[in-house]
Design a protein around this ligand. Structure first.
Ligand SMILES: C[S@@+](CC[C@H](N)C(=O)[O-])C[C@H]1O[C@@H](n2cnc3c(N)ncnc32)[C@H](O)[C@@H]1O
Length: 224
């Protein structure tokens, strides 16, 4: 059973992270043992240019796959219905360069991707956990950020967008602590405009409600 914790700092030190599937915090180590199912079934080499984490119904990943037929794209999604929706898009649009992964993204990010191999990670409108007391449940935590940086190639980028300003600030702060990264929007921390980015289901949903978006983008300049 997960031990109770008193301070958020204790939580990070023990690498406890939120498990979307069970709705509770678990040691990261346990989550990393989970298996992820791929469609189409995985084939060697397991190398992807672009990885979307929490891909929802695959609207963004499938658009990217059509726009960039030479890029290999991986869309990771833990929700079964949403994963099925990505699979239907792969079949209907005959997207040979898009693979969908069903399960927690973290085992794939930590264990399967190779160092210096990914050109772009996208995290678009992740579950926001806007309340202060729930911040520790957010996907973007130091261990995950460290792994994303390690798996990026030099010149590779991390793009993060949220409609919750505090989550974008939180992510920008985590990323800005790495000496390997630079902020694409410097001297700003983040921007509200990123016109070239195609739409996602949640972006349209929040747009219709008049919400604003905060875009964070960092580039890896040095390998380690
Ligand atoms: C608010 S939705 C945004 C979906 C999509 N990016 C969009 O903008 O339409 C967040 C998505 O992240 C997925 N998700 C949350 N935690 C995840 C995890 N650990 N691994 C993979 N997917 C995750 C959820 O199931 C959900 O589909």
């Amino acid at each position: 059973m997960t031990k109770p914790y008193n301070r958020l700092e204790d939580l990070y030190q023990r690498d406890l992270v939120f498990d979307t599937a069970q709705g509770k915090t678990l040691p990261l180590e346990r989550i990393l043992k989970r298996t992820v199912k791929f469609y189409p079934e995985e084939s060697d080499p397991f190398i992807f240019d672009i990885v979307e984490i929490g891909a929802g119904n695959g609207e963004f990943a499938s658009q990217l796959a059509q726009e960039q037929p030479d890029s290999k794209i991986l869309a990771l999604e833990i929700g079964k219905e949403r994963f099925d929706s990505i699979v239907r898009k792969i079949d209907r649009l005959q997207l040979k360069n898009l693979t969908a992964g069903f399960g927690d993204a973290r085992p794939v990010l930590f264990n399967r991707l190779s160092k210096d191999s990914v050109s772009h990670f996208y995290i678009l409108f992740p579950d926001p956990w806007p309340k202060n007391k729930h911040r520790h449940l957010r996907l973007m935590q130091q261990p995950l950020v460290d792994v994303l940086i390690q798996k990026l190639n030099v010149g590779g980028k991390i793009t993060f967008i949220s409609d919750v300003k505090d989550y974008s600030e939180w992510t920008a702060k985590l990323l800005s602590q790495s000496p390997l990264l630079s902020n694409d929007f410097s001297p700003q921390t983040m921007t509200q405009e990123l016109p070239q980015l195609v739409s996602t289901y949640f972006k349209r949903r929040w747009e219709a409600m008049g919400r604003q978006f905060w875009h964070v983008r960092f580039t890896k300049n040095v390998s380690k």
